[in-house]
Design a protein around this ligand. Structure first.
Ligand code: MSP
Length: 530
């Protein structure tokens, strides 16, 4: 029996520019997990937010002649608008400049110092005077240039606090061994061990004095706390950790009955899989159950990035196609855990094939036949008697079980594919049974049974697709006039529970997209050149 409470988080995004479809990807996947757990009766908490401190933000704000707080306030608002348009059901939105976060991070820093895990030392690195920033060997490259302004950098030293990573390496490795599902996909664990841990981890520099846009250390305020220690702490500061009201922390973090999942992109695995567990170990707090590393969404073969300007604007897609199409595309097209690419061609093709031709069409055909042959009344289920009917009924039951297992295991794309297959099977079932011929033969009972099986397939698909494409599934429930108390998981295992009522008004779930027109529109709006 799995845990009945669920806490899921996205990374907190940098408010340095507009969010692109790659960011929308991660947040949408978390939203799907959360909704699917809520619908199955779990108590859930879903956190997202933004990461507002650091030199980059400070510089971006200055470049626009804005005060950093004003700058992040504006961008943060635009994030919230995007999430609301994508129908993201987050329970909280944490901003690292909020008082509640700042205070907790300061207390965390103090606790780490009291545990003797942080000491004052000297940071040595490649320093850019212009940007007032330190860079690592890799960042400065063989020519020793600042990766931001491309001016020469020089070796410099400054006083800084360090976290004793060495103290936790063995415990971390043991934790990986004891918890083989902590870091997924599995290949990521080997990457952490071979690339970062085995070559030897240096103590982590956790403070800066070269800029001020950060959280000051209470004990020595000329230092600000390293942005990653600040940012990672959001996962617990938002729950009230070390604050007067820590009820959410107790419920969603401390309680072993809650499953804790962080979802993140491959580029930030190191911080989540190495440093975050170490900070938590030092604090004496529980570690998350799982960290799932998703792939990156690319544009054809190059990485989508704000700096390259080759990004797809999720708002454009939502405004033109609706949030369901965007959510569905993201969940289905990119195998969760692997890299994927966005192309306008695939987007249009995916919507037309899966949503218009398969799902929408199955509903449309079924309602059409029920109107034609049964005056709009859905025939009641009278058992599965033929081989085909038995096959359909077992496929429905199997699909539900496999889908639940896939979702619990974070195999999200597999979950969606299972529903695709069920819907495709429904369409094939119509071709196999040829209801129009059964009608001609006057075999009303057989015809009624086909209709009942089709409606129950659609009902199951509607429930299982719901966390991904809520609006369309709600419309399906309305069109089939599914009783309100059946629009959830309570009856899903009860094949045949739908029937007897009159169908509602029929309308297409998704409009068919004209590929030539839509591909052109997406390319133009996002500045994609052929
Ligand atoms: N602020 C840090 C995260 C701190 S979490 C405690 C950060 N922010 S970010 O805005 O740069 O990136 C946030 C997330 O978006 C990362 O997980 C990153 O992998 C993800 N993505 C950014 N571009 C992406 C794609 N093109 N595709 C998929 N995800 C992408 O890092």
């Amino acid at each position: 029996m799995g845990k009945k409470r669920f806490y899921i988080t996205t990374p907190i995004y940098y408010p340095s520019a507009k969010l692109h479809i790659g960011h929308a990807y991660c947040t949408t996947m978390c939203d799907i997990f959360k909704r699917s757990k809520v619908e199955r009766g779990y108590e859930c908490y879903f956190l997202t937010g933004d990461d507002e401190h650091g030199l980059k933000i400070e510089k971006n704000a200055t470049a626009q002649g804005k005060d950093p707080q004003q700058f992040v306030d504006e961008i943060s608002e635009s994030f919230k608008q995007l999430w609301s348009k994508l129908k993201i059901s987050n329970d909280d939105f944490i901003r690292t400049t909020q008082e509640r976060h700042v205070t907790t991070v300061q207390k965390i820093f103090t606790k780490l110092m009291e545990n003797d895990d942080i000491y004052l030392g000297k940071y040595k690195g490649w320093y850019c005077k212009e940007c007032e920033a330190f860079w690592t060997d890799t960042q400065a490259g063989p020519e020793h240039l600042c990766p931001d302004c491309h001016r020469p950098v020089e070796i410099a030293e400054e006083e800084a606090y360090f976290f004793k990573t060495s103290k936790y390496v063995d415990r971390l490795l043991k934790f990986y061994d004891d918890n083989p599902k902590f870091l997924l996909p599995e290949s990521r664990k080997n990457e952490m061990i071979n690339t970062f841990i085995k070559p030897g981890l240096e103590d982590l520099c956790v403070s800066r004095t070269s800029f001020t846009w950060g959280i000051p250390i209470r004990e020595n305020p000329k230092h600000v706390i390293y942005v990653w220690l600040d940012a990672l702490s959001n996962y617990i500061s938002a729950l009230g950790y070390l604050s007067d009201d820590d009820s959410l922390y107790k419920k969603y973090w401390e309680d072993e009955d809650c499953e804790i999942i962080h979802v993140l992109g491959a580029d930030i695995t190191r911080f989540h899989a190495i440093y975050w567990p170490m900070f938590l170990m030092s604090l004496g707090e529980r570690l998350p159950d799982r960290e799932f590393v998703h792939g990156l969404l690319m544009m054809k073969d190059s990485k989508m990035s704000k700096s390259k300007g080759n990004v797809i604007d999720p708002l454009f897609l939502i405004d033109r196609y609706g949030s369901d199409c965007v959510r569905y595309y993201l969940a289905r097209e990119v195998n969760f855990g692997s890299d994927g690419s966005f192309t306008p061609e695939q987007f249009v093709e995916r919507i037309n094939t899966d949503l218009v031709n398969s799902f929408g069409n199955l509903l449309n055909r079924t309602i059409g036949m029920i109107n034609k042959y049964f005056d709009g009344v859905i025939p009641e289920y009278k058992g599965s008697n033929t081989t085909l009917e038995k096959e359909i009924e077992s496929l429905v039951n199997e699909t539900i079980d496999k889908y639940e297992a896939a979702m619990d295991d974070l195999r999200l794309t597999e979950g969606v594919v299972l529903v695709n297959e069920l819907v495709n099977r429904g369409n094939k079932y119509i071709d196999e049974t040829k209801p129009w011929e059964v009608a001609k033969e006057g075999n009303i009972d057989a015809l009624a049974s086909v209709m009942s099986h089709l409606v129950n397939v659609l009902y199951t698909a509607g429930i299982l697709y719901h966390p991904v494409i809520m609006d369309s599934c709600d419309s399906l429930f309305d069109q089939l006039n599914i009783p309100q108390d059946h629009r959830n998981y309570d009856y899903i295992h009860d094949f045949g529970c739908i029937g007897g009522q009159k169908v509602g008004e029929s309308k297409p779930l998704f409009p068919r997209l004209d590929p030539a027109v839509e591909i052109d529109a997406i390319k133009k709006a996002n500045g994609i050149l052929d």
